[in-house]
Design a protein around this ligand. Structure first.
Ligand code: BEZ
Ligand code: FE
Length: 290
């Protein structure tokens, strides 16, 4: 095709794709390019604006490394990560929510009743619940991968003062589907703003805050893996999460407890709690693989 114009360029692109191309890639890439062409036409994109876009992508590439995932962050603040989550979240199960860029694989085992708070002085948060199927039956032998920030609002991978696996652990859940651990109440924090995604937030007049949350990845044989977060009910940013992760069923409510009610056994901290603490009971529902 030589007489390319604005009207035939999209069809010409489609025609350039080979017949032996992966069919799903043909659909996804074809549709992406169709929308890119339409977008450029609709906004009458100028060379200057297009160059700015390319510069932005180059900057995002330069700042990215094994710990810094600027493209994940971009997808998060644009709402794309949450949209993909929602497209594949089953209404019978707990809602999924953004993985975010700070998960680290292979966190150390966290025994049932284990403690993530370690030496931090803030009040303890006891978190427990049951991993269930949509009928409410406990799912045996699930694993729960847990991570959160330290009270300074930084994940261990962002903070040279924290150990690699600070506030990270993987719990193997027993036959009764019950999980339990102690930690600290999570805090609200800002997504990183020192890179090109921060420039976008500022250009849009947007704040960078996420409401306080705990991250979970729940896995069990025969069930779809659930990537989710649970959010503090009293958080001021609950209705304005900058990465669009909050769903009604993911809101956790704290109960204030007296020290004397802390379980006498079953927790690393049993017998060691002499201050009021917070408690959350939160069940998680997994849906079977079809
Ligand atoms: C997080 O919750 O860890 C997160 C999610 C999206 C962007 C930045 C951080
Ligand atoms: Fe987070």
């Amino acid at each position: 095709m030589r007489n390319i114009d604005e009207d035939n360029i999209t069809d010409t692109f489609m025609g350039y794709m080979g017949s032996d191309m992966d069919p799903r890639l043909r659909v996804v890439l074809g549709c992406l390019v169709k929308h890119l062409h339409r977008f450029a036409t609709e906004v009458n994109l100028t060379h200057e604006e297009w160059n700015k876009g390319i510069e932005f992508l180059e900057k995002a590439g330069r700042i990215s490394n094994a710990q810094r995932h600027e493209f994940v962050l971009l997808s998060d603040v644009l709402g794309l990560s949450s949209l993909v989550d929602m497209l594949h979240s089953s209404p019978q199960g707990t809602s999924s929510s953004v993985l975010g860029p700070f998960h680290i694989p292979d966190s150390p085992p966290l025994p049932l009743g284990g403690d993530l708070r370690k030496d931090f002085p803030d009040p303890i948060l006891l978190v427990k619940g049951t991993i269930k199927d949509p009928q409410g039956n406990p799912i045996p032998d699930a694993t729960l991968d847990i991570w959160q920030t330290a009270p300074n609002g930084l994940y261990s991978s962002q903070d040279p003062d924290q150990e690699t696996y600070s506030f990270h652990g993987i719990q193997s859940v027993g036959d009764d589907g019950r999980y339990a651990f102690t930690t600290l109440r999570p805090v609200e924090y800002t997504v990183p703003t020192d890179g090109p995604v921060g420039d976008i937030l500022r250009a849009c007049g947007r704040h960078p805050w996420r409401p306080a949350h705990l991250h979970f990845i729940v896995k069990a044989d025969g069930y779809k893996t659930l990537v989710t977060e649970i959010f503090s009910a009293d958080d001021p940013y609950l209705d304005q999460d900058t990465v669009f992760g909050v769903r009604e069923d993911l809101i956790m409510r704290y109960q204030k407890m007296q020290a004397s009610s802390f379980p006498d056994e079953g927790y690393d901290l049993s017998g060691k709690v002499d201050e009021p603490y917070w408690k959350v009971v939160f069940d998680l529902t997994l849906v079977p693989i079809d």
